[in-house]
Design a protein around this ligand. Structure first.
Ligand code: NAD
Length: 356
């Protein structure tokens, strides 16, 4: 398993591996870039098929966090951690405490938050062993940043619809959501409130039924959701869903979802563009969660947080404008905008206020 030659390594500042025999913990912490601040990012627990898969995932996610925080104008760097294991059968208090010790050993270069496979309870357990955690604070959602993530994705959809279809709201449009978990459910709520017709699919029956019953989401099979003839497709389940197999079948004109690393490879961005599909970069429009985590840490009010999340619309509009102007891929343009911003900060130049 190579580390430095992994395509996702991309100048990571730190990659740390740890195992704890007593609790069964096997985990990796990756910190991509701390130019803007400590590497803040979720702690994911997943039954990876191999150590190499876990490494590749944590590197891609951590790099994505650098771009996400930079584009959101946050004083935070990019980091992420993964625990190798099944959260349903292998999670224990001792395991999360051992993870807390591991996070603590990085002396604050990495700050953990919740992610797939971990929740506020796990973060609270880790907090017993380290101050370097975030997302514990009691707000109306108990510290869960998912509603803010959903808000950012919804605003991103609105910006994309305005850009592509010339409409000011999503009323009358159709949206297909893959994954009605924490973010997907709140996203469906925003969309229904705006008058959109929402289709949803989930491998978890209870999550699907909740969205159908409480929000009137129209249930669709998991194998059909990506190829539905809708205005907008919203991947809100897992990464790499936009790939060689799925892209030729997509019939939506816009893809805008919460899942991290939706494009399986760089070429998939090109393939979407080649099919005339407008792709909203995931790390740009799903930044509501990290913005929420930041404002939980600083104790700012709801208004300040909301205003900050609303800036996602301005940044996305700028990316779409540049993409049109340069006939470029939205994903690459968003990455270069973030890199430009990081460069200016590291060189102590004036940040690009109009864009970030
Ligand atoms: P979640 O685990 O609560 O929800 C994911 C849902 O997707 C679950 O209901 C799961 O059953 C479903 N699912 C899994 N595989 C599926 C498939 N093949 N087809 C249909 N449904 C499937 O996770 P979440 O917190 O809602 O996050 C969703 C995505 O957004 C993840 O990729 C996460 O990394 C990303 N994200 C989340 C946040 C946040 O604030 N929670 C922030 C940024 C990015």
């Amino acid at each position: 398993m190579s580390v430095f030659s992994n395509p996702a390594f991309d100048k990571h500042e730190l990659v740390s591996f740890h195992s704890d025999e007593k609790s069964g913990l096997r985990a990796i912490i990756a910190v991509h870039n701390t130019t803007l601040g400590p590497g803040v990012g979720g702690c994911r627990m997943y039954p990876y098929a191999s150590d190499a898969d876990a490494l590749h995932d944590v590197l891609r996610l951590s790099r994505g966090m650098t771009y996400k925080s930079a584009l959101a104008g946050l004083p935070l760097g990019g980091g992420k951690s993964v625990i190798i294991g099944d959260p349903h059968t292998q999670k224990s208090r001792a395991l999360m405490e051992a993870m807390g010790d591991f996070v603590n050993s990085q002396s604050g270069r990495y700050v953990a938050a919740e992610d797939s496979g971990t929740g506020v309870t796990d973060i609270r357990t880790m907090a017993g062993r380290t101050p370097y955690v975030s997302g514990l604070e009691d707000n109306e959602h108990g510290g869960d940043p998912s509603p803010s993530t959903a808000l950012g994705v919804y605003l991103g959809m609105r910006t994309a619809a305005k850009h592509r279809l010339g409409v000011g709201s999503l009323s009358g449009l159709s949206v297909a959501i893959q994954g009605l978990g924490h973010v997907g459910f709140y996203l469906a709520r925003y969309l229904v409130a705006d008058g959109a017709t929402v289709y949803g699919a989930d491998v978890n029956r209870a999550n699907l039924e909740k969205a159908v019953k409480e929000l009137g989401v129209k249930a669709v099979g998991v194998s059909e959701i990506l190829s539905m003839e809708v205005d907008i497709l919203a991947p809100c389940a897992m990464g790499a869903v936009l790939n060689d197999e799925s892209i030729p079948c997509i019939r939506a004109g816009i893809v805008a979802g919460a899942a991290n690393n939706q494009l399986a490879t760089v070429d998939d961005g090109l393939n979407l563009e080649g099919r005339g599909i407008l792709y909203c970069p995931d790390f740009l429009i799903n930044a509501g969660g990290i913005i929420d985590v930041h404002h939980q840490r600083t104790g700012s009010g709801e208004d300040v947080k909301r205003e900050h999340i609303e800036r996602i619309e301005i940044t996305l509009a700028e990316v779409l404008r540049r993409a049109d102007e340069n006939h470029g891929q939205t994903q690459l343009i968003a990455e270069s905008l973030a890199e430009e911003y990081l460069h200016r900060v590291s060189q102590r130049l004036t940040p690009l206020k109009e864009a970030c």
